[in-house]
Design a protein. Structure first.
Length: 96
């Protein structure tokens, strides 16, 4: 069975590829890649689009304050923030 953290990380990477139109596969997105690197190219607008897609996928919500307080430097930081705020039912069902 896939754990909650693994399932969230897998789906976040898939969503990143779709929303950010990355030229990577989800498996190629490592936790240590900078969100602001030429590979990911995250900016404030696509961060908003990415978080909206994640919230829709998992049915959770991340407060603006939590996003502002998070030290989002790399993919791992983003996945940790999202995993912290998504419902635990993802792990049991494997579905959002």
């Amino acid at each position: 069975m896939i754990g909650h953290d693994d399932e969230v990380a897998r789906r976040v990477r898939e969503i990143m590829v779709d929303v950010l139109d990355l030229r990577l596969t989800p498996a190629e997105i490592r936790d240590d890649i900078s969100l602001y690197s030429p590979v990911i190219r995250l900016d404030s607008l696509n961060l908003l689009q990415l978080l909206m897609a994640v919230e829709e996928e998992f049915g959770g919500h991340i407060e603006d304050e939590d996003i502002m307080e998070a030290d989002l430097e790399n993919v791992g930081d983003l996945i940790a923030l999202i995993g912290k705020h998504m419902p635990a039912t993802v792990a049991r069902d494997g579905v959002a």
